[in-house]
Write a protein that binds this ligand. Structure first.
Ligand SMILES: Cc1cc2nc3c(=O)[nH]c(=O)nc-3n(C[C@H](O)[C@H](O)[C@H](O)COP(=O)(O)OP(=O)(O)OC[C@H]3O[C@@H](n4cnc5c(N)ncnc54)[C@H](O)[C@@H]3O)c2cc1C
Length: 396
């Protein structure tokens, strides 16, 4: 039986919505409901179930820019968060201290890593080391002969997102103070008295506050509250494959590289999981919101991977997943109230870093929902993520 009044409704049960629900229930007695359209779906299409699971606070332009410090704080929350989930769930979730090797096969990319990225990381106090080709191969013997070296970031972590999602789903379903509503939120309205969420089934839920964590569909759900500029949100489809190492084999470290092919830059990622399994990818198709995996994307992943980790590209493929990242034009997330009554909290736009950013996003969202005093660091992270930076005009 679904109650009609809730303290907080969360729309979207990906790692962001699920993570906020879990932290909110840990830190308060509020009655929470999660509305998730795919709760009973056999095939899920959200980004969280497709992700590789690298916890990489200092990767690509986003991590090198204003988001780096927030992402680092999120990385630092990971060990305690995973331990809490593991204990409550009673099943293993491995948080690998795998580090990250950012490697290059082209001179220009090698120079970028050493001359642009390394000084920036050093300036921020992030442990990072330059490695020559031989040193890189000593760290990861599976690297191919074309690799010229790169950067070693020893503090990066890796987790299997499907395990985290399974833990969140099990814990939330077992929680008496939380209701899971398998439905699609069609419309949200809010005034000084509260929030009204209209579901596709025709039901209407009421609450004091609502969190919109609906991934790449979030901005549509809150567009009555904030006049978004055109073109600042876009779906970014991504696919990964899972491969299995031969007996006694396995990838030691997380690897990342940017490679050029057909005049396009491709991301090569390899993220080690338990039992010799490795997530490899990833494709990055801005504007594509189609669901499902494609053989063409799989071929492209293996072709690019072969240039960095040739042996891994030959391992048995045991799975493929695709999801849609919530993209923003500046690569930064959106976290904050979007209405004048401070009832509608948007938590989205995590692009390719939502796994990394999940615990810090949840921590900040819970502080906003509970009106907890903010620290200077909280204020800095909320400033980076403020929704109004993407508004054409002030909140309606
Ligand atoms: C291939 C791939 C690899 C990635 N690798 C990494 C990585 O290694 N590290 C990293 O940090 N990040 C990675 N990411 C990015 C990360 O997965 C995303 O940023 C993150 O999962 C976004 O989480 P979310 O909860 O906002 O969105 P989602 O996981 O998409 O969840 C949103 C949920 O909202 C539901 N929903 C939407 N609209 C409604 C509605 N109206 N009513 C009810 N429910 C609704 C959807 O069904 C969905 O379940 C990767 C992404 C992809 C696709």
């Amino acid at each position: 039986m679904i109650p009609t009044h809730h303290d907080v409704i969360i729309v979207g049960g990906g790692i962001i919505g699920g993570g906020i629900a879990e932290q909110l229930r840990c830190g308060s007695r509020l009655r929470v409901s999660i509305v998730e359209q795919e709760l009973r779906a056999r095939v899920k299409t959200g980004a969280s179930q497709a992700a590789a699971g690298g916890i990489n606070p200092h990767l690509y332009d986003e991590g090198h820019g204003a988001l780096g410090p927030m992402a680092q704080r999120s990385r630092d929350l990971y060990p305690d968060w995973i331990e809490r989930l593991r204990v409550a769930w009673g099943q293993p979730i491995e948080l690998r201290r795998s580090g990250l090797l950012c490697v290059a096969i082209e001179e220009k990319e090698h120079d970028r890593l050493i001359n642009d990225v390394l000084p920036l990381l050093r300036e921020r106090g992030v442990p990072a080391e330059e490695l020559g080709a031989d040193e890189a191969r000593r760290r990861e013997p599976l690297l191919g002969s074309a690799v010229t070296g790169g950067l070693w970031l020893p503090d990066d972590l890796a987790v299997e997102p499907l395990r985290v999602m399974a833990a969140l789903e099990a814990l939330l379903k077992a929680d008496n103070g939380l209701t899971c509503v398998p439905d699609h939120a069609e419309d949200i309205s809010a005034d000084a008295d509260g929030v009204r969420v209209v579901l596709r089934s025709g039901r209407v839920l009421r609450s004091d506050k609502v969190v919109v964590a609906a991934g790449h569909l979030s901005h549509e759900l809150v567009k009555d509250f904030i006049d978004w500029r055109d073109g600042d949100f876009s779906p970014v489809k991504g696919q990964i494959l899972e491969v299995e190492a031969p007996v006694n084999g396995g990838l030691r470290t997380q690897c990342d590289a940017l490679v050029r092919d057909d005049n396009k830059t491709h991301i090569v990622r390899a993220t080690p999981y338990a039992e010799g399994r490795v997530a490899v990818g990833v494709t990055h198709d801005r504007g594509d919101a189609s669901t499902g995996t494609s053989p063409r994307a799989s071929e492209s992943i293996l072709r690019n991977l072969r240039r960095i980790l040739p042996d891994v590209a030959g391992w048995k493929v045991i799975g493929a997943r695709a999801g849609i990242r919530p993209g923003t034009s500046d690569g930064l997330p959106v976290l904050g109230y979007v209405d004048p009554h401070r009832r509608v909290l948007a938590a989205s736009g995590h692009n390719g870093l939502g796994i990394t950013l999940a615990p810090r996003t949840a921590q900040l969202a819970v502080k906003l929902l509970l009106d907890t005093p903010l620290t200077e660091e909280d204020r800095a992270d909320l400033h980076v993520s403020r929704p109004e930076r993407l508004a054409a005009s002030p909140s309606r």
